[in-house]
Design a protein around this ligand. Structure first.
Ligand SMILES: Cc1cc2nc3c(=O)[nH]c(=O)nc-3n(C[C@H](O)[C@H](O)[C@H](O)COP(=O)(O)OP(=O)(O)OC[C@H]3O[C@@H](n4cnc5c(N)ncnc54)[C@H](O)[C@@H]3O)c2cc1C
Length: 125
């Protein structure tokens, strides 16, 4: 089976891609997607987010902290702003997986689990 890989660089390109490929699966660090692929879950189209600089990194502005969806767990664990203001988050993500996984995996899935649990639904799509 051929898998189409699309690599948008801007949010506009990302939205266009998602509108025109409704079956597409986002691919951030790939740690979950690759595990699923090994289990036989294959996607026709993967949208690779590694070129989306706007979704990466952490910055503080006027007392608010902004964290991109594609910020890696390792970055969060070592970021001075997070360690200062959100120490529980920094120490929690430092316990996930191995250093190799934390260098690749992004925060997005943790946020998704929060959304799933806080909505009262425990089923993952
Ligand atoms: C060996 C190993 C150990 C692990 N240990 C742990 C652990 O201890 N605790 C734990 O919680 N997890 C663990 N994981 C799971 C995994 O590392 C995390 O869930 C990780 O945060 C996934 O991030 P990712 O960027 O690799 O996601 P991906 O695999 O790229 O994507 C995961 C899912 O999120 C979707 N997605 C990706 N980016 C976005 C986005 N920007 N917006 C919306 N949806 C998006 C994808 O389509 C996919 O469905 C482990 C995984 C492995 C392989």
């Amino acid at each position: 089976m051929d898998i189409k890989l699309i690599r948008p660089l801007t949010l506009n390109e990302l939205w266009d891609t998602l509108y025109s490929h409704t079956d597409a699966r986002l691919y951030a660090g790939g740690t979950d997607v690759l595990v699923k692929a090994r289990q036989g879950v294959l996607y026709n189209t993967l949208v690779c987010l590694d070129g989306m600089s706007g979704l990466m990194g952490i910055h503080e502005h006027q007392g608010e902290i902004y964290m991109g969806a594609c910020t890696t767990l390792a970055e969060i664990a070592s970021n001075p702003t997070i360690r200062r203001w959100l120490p529980l988050l920094a120490s929690s993500v430092a316990t996930i997986g191995s250093p190799l996984i934390r260098n690749t995996a992004t925060i997005v899935i943790a946020v998704r689990w929060l959304a799933i649990y806080s909505s009262g639904s425990c089923s993952e799509k």
